[in-house]
Design a protein around this ligand. Structure first.
Ligand SMILES: Nc1nc2c(ncn2[C@@H]2O[C@H](COP(=O)(O)OP(=O)(O)OP(=O)(O)O)[C@@H](O)[C@H]2O)c(=O)[nH]1
Ligand SMILES: [Mg+2]
Length: 430
């Protein structure tokens, strides 16, 4: 579908001496490429504080205008979020379309969104982004945003008649989208509560985009998925995943957990987008364990981890236990799989790595399991069946007065059946 040549652009960043400047410019290039554009020239300005009117200094804007003319590009991508008037002034000064970092990320999300929920969430974030940008030459801005590059807005139904879309119309659309999202969210919330009632522990894969979360999910599902559960979409591109998928894993000892895979992070993820994706991300907030997946082969992995931890904080995920998985070790010269405490070095493409990860996850989420001896009377055969189906039965012995079973089970199940306990084998925790 992408036979059209990538749109050439110039990128520009304000270097205020921050340690992460080079990384954020490299990340901007990746974002540009993810939006079917290509960087022909990178410009930076060393400036401690942005110019309130044009963001960059006057001389720099002139230089940028010359570069735009020389390179024959008509789009400039700026590494930060700009105010509406800065965008306007830069457009006047350079005669190019200006996309700021937020606008760029929104366009990528708009192009990737597949499900109804993801589409609505992106639409909401876009409408909120447009609202303050309306007060001057509204029709012009909307036309421009809908136009070039990844074609984010124009064909995404953010509004069909964009030229006459007024603040009122946008506000009405926001209300409408919010309403629809609420309905979807209610259904999702009911589902989540239902799952919670099943009392299965939940594990959420989180991390920087393209780290390998979905690949790990697929590897785990392939080995331990219930009834060959569906694989999720994997691709070497930013933001391949925009929806949360939940899959049940069943291990040979009958222990079960719910694994979720969700949208990846990038630095300076637009606030509106994070807010709009709050429900998608709620799976992580409600998890019993987070598995932070890191691309171990990426030189910027430390910055990526900092980004992930910052984003988790921003969405209010602070108290969930976490293990860190340094993935893609097969692309490095490090020995793998290996584990030191809550840190693992693995490759999603290696069976021994998956075993090690499963062991670590199980240790973390099944700590409330207990082992006990039961004597189940013959007229309570349903309990024996339940234990065979749901618990880890270590031994079964048919005796004169009933079925004697040694079983490893959750403390919830233990409490349910504790009247049948004969000798307390292992002392019950908690
Ligand atoms: N060599 C190697 N490649 C891997 C490994 N894990 C994932 N990949 C590749 O990395 C790319 C991204 O993988 P995904 O699983 O889509 O990454 P993700 O974290 O889900 O990315 P988003 O959904 O965009 O956030 C794909 O091309 C994978 O095949 C690994 O352990 N080794
Ligand atoms: Mg993914």
């Amino acid at each position: 579908m992408d036979e059209t040549p990538a749109t050439p652009v110039v990128t520009i960043g304000l270097n205020a001496g921050q340690a992460t400047f080079d990384y954020s410019m490299a990340e901007l290039t990746a974002l540009v490429e993810a939006n079917h554009m290509t960087v022909v020239e990178q410009v930076q300005q060393a400036l401690t504080k942005p110019n309130p009117g044009t963001y960059f200094g006057t001389g720099k804007v002139e230089e940028l205008a010359a570069i735009v003319a020389d390179d024959q590009v008509d789009t400039v991508v700026v590494n930060d979020e700009l105010t509406p008037s800065q965008i306007r002034n830069l457009e006047n000064g350079t005669k190019a379309r200006i996309i700021d970092r937020t606008g760029l990320i929104l366009e990528i999300f708009a192009n990737r969104a597949q499900s109804r929920e993801a589409k609505l969430q992106v639409q909401l974030a876009m409408l909120q982004y447009q609202l303050p940008r309306l007060h001057t030459s509204a029709s012009q801005r909307l036309d421009q945003q809908g136009g070039g590059g990844g074609g984010g807005l124009a064909n995404r139904g953010a509004g069909e008649s964009q030229t006459e879309m007024s603040r009122r119309t946008i506000e009405r659309s926001i209300t409408h989208v919010n309403h629809e999202l609420k309905e979807i969210n209610q259904a999702a919330e009911t589902q989540r509560q239902q799952r919670e009632r099943n009392e299965l522990p939940s594990v959420a894969l989180v991390g920087y985009t393209n780290a390998g979360k979905s690949t790990l999910m697929n590897a785990l599902v392939k080995r331990f998925g219930k009834n060959e559960e569906k694989q999720v979409f994997v691709k070497n591109m930013l933001f391949a995943t925009l929806d949360t998928s939940v899959r049940q894993l069943i291990f040979p000892d009958q222990k079960k957990l719910l694994l979720s895979d969700t949208v990846g992070f990038v630095s300076q993820l637009p606030t509106n987008l994070v807010k709009a994706f709050r429900s998608t991300l709620s799976e992580a907030a409600n998890a019993d364990l987070l598995v932070q997946v890191v691309d171990y082969a990426d030189v910027n992995r430390d910055a990526m981890m900092a980004t992930t931890e910052q984003t988790l904080q921003d969405i209010g995920v602070t108290d969930v236990p976490m293990i860190t998985v340094f993935n893609k070790a097969d692309l490095t010269s490090t020995d793998y799989p290996s584990r030191a405490g809550d840190q693992l070095i693995i490759s999603a493409k290696d069976d021994a790595s998956i075993d090690l990860l499963v062991r670590a996850m199980k240790e973390k989420v099944f700590h409330n399991y207990v082992t006990a001896n039961f004597l189940i009377p013959f007229d309570a055969g349903d309990i024996v069946a339940y234990m065979n189906d749901h618990c880890n039965v270590l031994s079964t012995d048919y005796q004169a007065d009933g079925t004697a079973m040694r079983v490893e089970l959750t403390s919830a199940d233990f409490n349910k059946y504790k009247s049948y306990v004969v000798t307390d084998a292992d002392s019950v925790e908690d």
